[in-house]
Every structure is written in structure tokens, then in C-alpha cells.
Ligand binder design. Structure first.
Ligand code: 13P
Ligand code: SF4
Length: 310
């Protein structure tokens, strides 16, 4: 890339030329969030992907999100700035093993968290995100038997909230599992007024201490509406960009991890850069595609989710 290029200007030009829309998750780097047409949580992003009239969707997020966009808008071209932007949670549930797991519970309905492969969605009855998982489980009859996967932490949280007995797949997110309870307790001693905001992908020991539990959009809204001035944020650190932008006078502290790594960045989300975004828009690849037969099966549980959360 010519170093004299203003990537913001170039991306704007290419977007018009190609009738493209940029959808970005809150975990993306600040420059990508700033150039995006829409920033959101997984539910908001799928709703946007389903209704856009652009010809090209640049999905600044990870592979399963781009796949979901393709399933909802199969005639559009879906680009992912770095095709290797995966997800440890999606990887923790290989479809061939989930198929065997599912066979053990033939009378159970399958709810899958959106953080999974398209193939897994194709084996599901309903998809959910962290913002509607409780609502989706509650929309089902009380005696309905349910398998929930792949995130055991979100599953345990939903089971606790709804009082339902869910059969859980043993998967987790590498970013949300590293928060240290002890370090958060020490941080709370230093900032006694600080509220702990946590994503439900965190372990129960962290969720038990939280003042608010919700999706990235939920966390952002809570921080903006709450009169408090200090917040400890137990999710991927990319969300702090919007929190700080919406609330310049408030203090946001990333929850400390239990190892000595300095940050809570998702290595998959952070594979995308502004340069890669520019190049994928210019070149028309990497493109994310999903086989027709998988689209036909996976679209149903995703649409069911969108109907329930409309
Ligand atoms: P939400 O933005 O839907 O809360 O999802 C968080 C996440 O882990 C995405 O990978
Ligand atoms: Fe996957 Fe966790 Fe990264 Fe989200 S933060 S993309 S769940 S690894």
C-alpha cells in the first residue's frame, strides 16, 4: 500500500464505487469502528446484514459472523478483511463431534450460540446471541428438553437465569475465561465505587461479582445510562473505544486477566486492520462463502431467532 494514501478517504471512495457497507463488531480496532457504517453486537450485526441493500458487505469481525451475514443475504458478496479471523469458541465445537453429542439426546431441542460454524447452525433448531439467549429459552415450554452449545459459560448463566436444566456442550471463549477474580477484587478495593460489567461468556466466579451482565451493546448502554463514573469491564477490550467515546468523563478499566499479558484483546478479532479492510474492498477478496445446502438449513434457526427477538 502506498504510504501516502489516506485509507479513510480511499475506503469511503471504494464503498461508494462498489455499493458496499461496512459492518463492524465492537471488538474491532478503533480505526475500523470509526469508519464502519454500523457497529454493534452479534444480534445487531445480523439484523443489519439481513436488511442491507448494499451489494457488498465488508464484515469487520470474525469468520462465523461473516458466515451468518452470508446465510442471511446469500446474494450479496461478503468480505472478511482477514479470512483467518476465527474464534476459539467456534473452534471448541467441531461439527462431527457435536453431531454425535446431539444423537445422545434425540428428544432435545438444539439451541446454538451464534459463535459457531455455519455447519453447526445447520444442525440447530434455534440460534441465539448473548443478548437474547434468556428470552429464547423462556419462549419455549417449561418441559422442553434443551441442548445448549457451544459456550458452557453462557449456557450455565442462561440455565441459572431461567431455572431450566440445559444439557451443555463444553466450549468456551479464550478471552472471557482469563479474567482473574482475585485481581478484580483488588481492583474493586482501589476503586470502591466502580461497577463491574461482565459479558455472560465469563466464568460464573466473575459473573457472581458483576453489577451488570449483558452483551457488548448491553454493557455499552448500561455504562452510558448509569450515573456511576467508574466501570471495570470484563469483556474484550475493543468495546472501551465506544464506551469512552460516548462517555468522555467516565473512567473505564479493562478487567485484569489472570496471566501477565497486558490486555484482553481477542487475537482473532484483532487480525483485521484498516489496511486489510482497504485491500479486501479494493480486491474483492477474501470472500466468505457457505455451501447452498448449509445455507438452506442454517437460515431457519437464525430466522427463528430474529423473529423471537424482533
Ligand atoms: P456480543 O457482541 O453479541 O455480545 O458477542 C460477543 C462476542 O464474543 C463476539 O465474539
Ligand atoms: Fe470468539 Fe471469544 Fe474472540 Fe469473541 S472474543 S471472537 S467468542 S474468541
Amino acid at each position: 500500500i502506498d504510504p501516502s494514501l489516506d485509507l479513510f478517504d480511499e475506503i469511503e471512495k471504494l464503498k461508494k464505487e462498489k455499493n458496499a457497507v461496512i459492518l463492524a463488531h465492537y471488538y474491532q480496532e478503533p480505526d475500523i469502528q470509526d469508519i464502519a457504517d454500523y457497529i454493534g453486537d452479534s444480534l445487531g450485526l445480523s439484523q443489519q446484514a439481513a436488511k442491507t441493500d448494499a451489494d457488498v458487505i465488508v464484515f469487520a469481525g470474525v469468520h462465523f459472523m461473516a458466515e451468518t451475514a452470508k446465510i442471511l443475504s446469500p446474494t450479496k458478496k461478503v468480505l472478511l478483511p482477514d479470512v483467518k479471523a476465527g474464534c476459539s469458541l467456534a473452534d471448541s465445537c467441531p461439527p462431527h463431534l457435536f453431531k454425535k453429542f446431539k444423537e445422545k439426546y434425540p428428544d432435545h431441542l438444539v439451541i446454538t450460540y451464534v459463535n459457531c460454524t455455519a455447519e453447526l447452525k445447520a444442525m440447530s433448531d434455534i440460534v441465539c446471541t448473548s443478548s437474547n439467549a434468556v428470552q429464547i429459552v423462556e419462549s419455549l415450554p417449561k418441559d422442553q428438553k434443551i441442548i445448549f452449545g457451544p459456550d458452557k459459560n453462557l449456557g450455565a448463566y442462561v440455565a441459572k437465569k431461567t431455572g431450566r436444566d440445559l444439557v451443555l456442550w463444553n466450549g468456551a471463549c479464550m478471552v472471557h475465561e482469563i479474567f482473574s477474580r482475585e485481581k478484580i477484587i483488588r481492583l474493586k478495593e482501589r476503586y470502591p465505587g466502580a461497577k463491574l460489567l461482565a459479558h455472560p461468556e465469563c466464568e460464573d466466579v466473575i459473573l457472581q461479582m458483576a453489577d451488570y451482565i449483558g452483551s457488548t451493546t448491553g454493557i455499552l448502554k448500561y455504562a452510558s445510562k448509569n450515573p456511576g463514573s467508574e466501570f471495570i469491564v470484563a469483556t474484550e477490550a475493543g468495546i472501551l473505544h465506544q464506551m469512552q467515546k460516548e462517555n468522555p468523563d467516565k473512567t473505564f478499566i479493562p478487567a485484569p486477566p489472570n496471566n501477565n499479558c497486558a490486555c484482553n484483546d481477542c487475537p482473532h478479532m484483532k487480525r483485521n486492520t484498516l489496511e486489510k479492510l482497504y485491500l479486501c474492498l479494493k480486491n474483492g477478496y477474501p470472500e466468505v462463502t457457505v455451501p447452498q445446502d448449509i445455507i438452506a438449513k442454517a437460515v431457519k434457526p437464525i430466522e427463528r431467532m430474529l423473529e423471537i427477538s424482533a
